[in-house]
Design a protein around this ligand. Structure first.
Ligand SMILES: O=P(O)(O)OC[C@H]1O[C@H](OP(=O)(O)OP(=O)(O)O)[C@H](O)[C@@H]1O
Ligand SMILES: Nc1nc2[nH]cnc2c(=O)[nH]1
Length: 176
């Protein structure tokens, strides 16, 4: 059990299990997108660790870029997604792969994906380490998923509680 600010969290996904799944996902993506020179777009802040780990296990030619979107404050979605750093790349005709740490309500991606579609990429795919099917109010198709998890607030491996906990190498769940 660990404490961050006022809340207690219990271990949920161990580092070895995370890393093994990420390697499998990278292998599958490499097989499927061979020769496509995909452009990966990681959504900051939360995805920085996942993006780095998955990207280094890819065995194909690929590019990566970053965009900053945010909607969470404390342990709740504000329902208001803001773009804090935009995207410079031209997506026309490209295979574009979004990297997310978590798709929770689906609000962030359901607002962001249409903006990308507008630029007419050849293909637009989503990779997410985590999703919470019970929380999804804005359905988002996930092409490559790490783990499906219950509707409880998670911490660690990029995911924060009011700015803290992102550095934890494993994932924790809010204690009952
Ligand atoms: O599906 P949703 O309910 O929209 O939630 C998913 C979003 O929430 C997290 O970002 P957050 O807004 O917490 O910002 P951060 O990545 O900077 O912590 C996560 O990285 C996703 O982008
Ligand atoms: N830290 C954290 N951020 C999130 N953003 C969307 N869902 C979550 C979650 O469960 N934990």
């Amino acid at each position: 059990m660990i404490q961050v600010h006022d809340k207690k969290f219990v271990p949920y996904i161990a580092e070895e299990k995370l890393q093994a799944r990420i390697r499998e996902m990278a292998q599958q993506i490499s097989l499927d997108l061979e020769g496509k020179k995909p452009l990966f777009i990681a959504i900051l802040n939360g995805s920085f660790m996942f993006a780095a780990d998955i990207f280094k296990h890819l065995t194909i030619e690929a590019e990566i870029s970053f965009i900053k979107l945010a909607s969470y404050k404390g342990t709740k979605s504000t329902g208001n997604v803001i773009t804090a750093i935009g995207l410079d790349e031209d997506l026309y005709g490209r295979t574009v792969v979004i990297l997310e740490d978590i798709v929770d309500t689906g609000k962030t991606l359901s607002q962001f994906l249409p903006q990308l579609e507008h630029q007419q990429p050849e293909k637009l795919m989503v990779v997410s380490l985590l999703t919470k099917p019970e929380a999804m109010t804005h359905p988002v198709h996930i092409d490559y998923l790490g783990f499906s998890v219950p509707n409880k607030f998670l911490l660690g491996y990029g995911l924060d509680y009011d700015g803290l906990g992102r550095n934890l190498p494993e994932i924790y769940q809010l204690a009952e």
